[in-house]
Design a protein around this ligand. Structure first.
Ligand code: AGP
Length: 609
């Protein structure tokens, strides 16, 4: 999704801006641009479609030095990816602006501004903001006031970085629903949509809050809230290392991240289980009292994180905890009945997903008991706005297709199910058995990774296919959904997941020799049911690709492509069975030659709704 970087310093900021953009590349984008103010007070703008390297090449051929500048990676919402639509956008020679998010009332504003004589060059909603600020700048004679007045007229969720040739000592930023952080240097200041962009220049940050407008100079900064009052926001020191993620010996980040899973699962468990028990303090010091009062759980997330929530529902219900799971984009616009004692659980790798954040805010406003964020980014908005947090320790995930974030989310949710189950009669020896299974998990995931070569061979059968069906039952149904999502997002093969029992209610009509059917089969009470469902596929000539627990594999060997996943305790089976599906998607994508780590049209961090 779009990325913002801005800087005001006593040195040339162009290299800082370019490095910041490179560090935001993993978020997904289609074009990039930079605008700097030079010593003669000219705004120099350079934009390029494609990778940040294309912009870097442009700047090498025709440098744009300056001590004040803004830069952007764009993920198209309004208007196709093109140089014309790329940011920064300008209003004449006066104002340059970068923008993340969506301006919902841009059409009305555009008509008004056209009426005032402004000319538009792009199809974006952003250009409206540039002209609106320029218009107020003429009236106010002051960039900060102009931005404040413009922001007051905008509806939507956005963040902005603005410079003007009339004020070379000023960088103005605003946050309304889209993350933005100030980086504090010595005699220099920065803005970015993600701290990672600024780690080479500072570890010290201030996170803007909803409605804040910030006024940055080389020597300092001030922040004003929505009402225009001067406010102080807490300073934070980032613990993240500045090192740029590196693929090591792997061909893609995604494969590296798949293979990191045994280690990051072990990290996620570390210090959180001891002597056969889950330590409740891992949810925060206030957690025990909150957990005592929980009557039911609402889980809300998007995409892969939503699938983790769906697995958790099976685990929570097993412990007698009523649980609903919903995608955030629906939850935020419904009026869910939040009964007394509802714990709102959000799950997000990035912690910046716009819909998930909005759902959290609406649940808090509706009076949920408390909120718990299961998240991978400590400084994220979701973590800062939730009462309780359980951090997954997956490390930075670069591949747009989420892998290690998902399995560590499952581990975190397994811990949650245990601590809530304890309050509903989960006996100490039962808890010890569940904890023991978790302790074996890194080794079992390692074993599943041992299937890599066999899965690569299996992937050959998918190279020419246009569709695939994924099946699972019980807690493996969401695993099938995750397998289908992985395949479609990186190989562009249309893939759908069904609860295996639902097959005969419609999707069976699709099954023929051209439809590969993938199924995950742990050794649990539903095996006989799955056997029947797969017979239905075979009877229609469907080609079966199965990942089965070694305890039940003998039922499925004949006439199928079968890989055995060892024997896995049912309580952790969703984690282990996810691994071969990740590998399958990866190898099919490599075979098809797609951009595995940055698949088309997708963004890592979805900060617009
Ligand atoms: C996963 O492979 C996807 N790229 C996507 O579905 C992702 O899980 C979703 O956008 C939610 O992101 P979050 O976990 O950062 O909130």
């Amino acid at each position: 999704m779009c990325g913002i970087v801005g800087a005001i310093a006593e040195r040339n900021v162009t290299p800082i801006l370019l490095e910041g953009l490179r560090r935001l590349e993993y978020r997904g984008y289609d074009s990039a641009g930079v605008a700097t103010l030079d010593a003669e007070r000219h705004l120099n703008r350079k934009r390029a479609v494609g990778k940040v390297q294309a912009l870097a090449d442009l700047l090498e051929a025709d440098p744009a030095p300056g001590r004040l500048g803004i830069a952007h990676t764009r993920w198209a919402t309004h208007g196709v990816p093109s140089e014309r639509n790329a940011h920064p956008h300008v209003s004449g020679a006066d104002v340059a602006l970068v923008h993340n998010g969506i301006i919902e009332n841009y059409k009305e504003l555009k008509e008004e501004l056209i009426g005032l004589g402004y000319r538009f060059e792009s199809e974006t909603d952003t250009e409206v903001v540039a002209h609106l600020i320029a218009h107020h700048l003429v009236q106010e004679g002051d960039l900060l006031s102009a931005v404040q007045r413009a922001v007051a007229r905008l509806t939507g969720a956005f963040s902005l970085g603005v410079i003007s040739r009339h004020e070379p000592g000023r960088l103005v930023a605003a946050r309304v629903g889209s993350p933005l952080v100030i980086g504090i240097g010595i005699g220099e200041h920065f803005i970015a949509s993600d701290v990672f962009a600024l780690l080479p220049v500072t570890q010290n940050f201030v996170f803007l809050e909803e409605g804040d407008v910030a006024d940055l100079s080389r020597s300092g900064f001030t922040i004003y809230d929505r009402a225009g009052h001067l406010v102080e926001r807490p300073r934070a020191v980032s613990a993240q290392s500045a090192g740029v993620a590196d693929k090591g010996t792997y061909r893609h980040f995604m494969l590296k991240e798949i293979f990191e899973q045994p280690a990051v699962i072990a990290d996620t468990l570390e210090g959180r289980i001891s002597n056969g028990r889950v330590l409740e303090s891992c949810f925060g010091f206030e957690a025990p009292a909150v957990l005592d009062a929980v009557q039911q759980v609402h889980i809300v997330a998007c995409g892969t994180s939503f699938h983790a929530g769906m697995v958790a529902r099976y685990w929570l219900e097993e412990q007698g905890v009523p649980c609903s799971v919903e995608v955030a984009s629906e939850y935020r616009y419904r009026r869910p009945v939040i009964a007394p004692g509802t714990l709102f659980v959000s799950i997000s790798q990035s912690g910046e997903t716009a819909d998930t954040l909005a759902a959290l805010r609406s649940a808090k406003a509706a009076g949920c008991l408390s909120s718990l964020a299961i998240c991978n980014v400590p400084e994220s908005s979701l973590v800062r706005e939730s009462a309780l947090t359980l951090m997954t320790r997956a490390g930075r995930e670069i591949g747009v297709a989420s892998t290690k974030a998902f399995t560590t989310q499952l581990v975190a949710l397994r811990l949650l199910a245990i601590v809530l189950g304890r309050r509903r009669g989960l006996a100490a020896e039962q808890e010890a058995a569940l904890v023991a299974a978790l302790e074996h998990l890194p080794r079992q995931v390692e074993e599943a990774l041992g299937l890599n070569d066999a899965v690569e061979a299996m992937a050959q059968f998918f190279g020419e296919k246009e569709h695939a069906l994924f099946l699972g039952r019980g807690s493996e149904y969401p695993v099938a959904m995750e397998g289908a999502l992985k395949l479609k997002e990186i190989s562009y093969i249309h893939a759908e997941a069904y609860a295996a029992g639902e097959l005969k209610h419609g999707p069976l009509a699709l099954v023929d020799a051209n439809m590969p059917v993938v199924c995950v089969i742990p050794d649990n009470a539903l095996v006989e049911k799955v056997i029947s469902n797969l017979q239905e596929v075979r009877a229609r000539g469907g080609e079966l690709f199965l990942f089965a627990d070694s305890g039940v594999a003998s039922h499925f060997s004949e006439g199928t492509h079968l890989l055995q996943v060892g024997h896995v305790d049912d309580s952790i089976a969703p984690v282990v069975f996810t691994v071969p599906l990740q590998l399958l998607a990866y190898h099919v994508a490599v075979l098809k030659g797609t951009d595995v780590d940055q698949p088309r049209n997708l963004a890592k961090s979805v900060t617009v709704e």
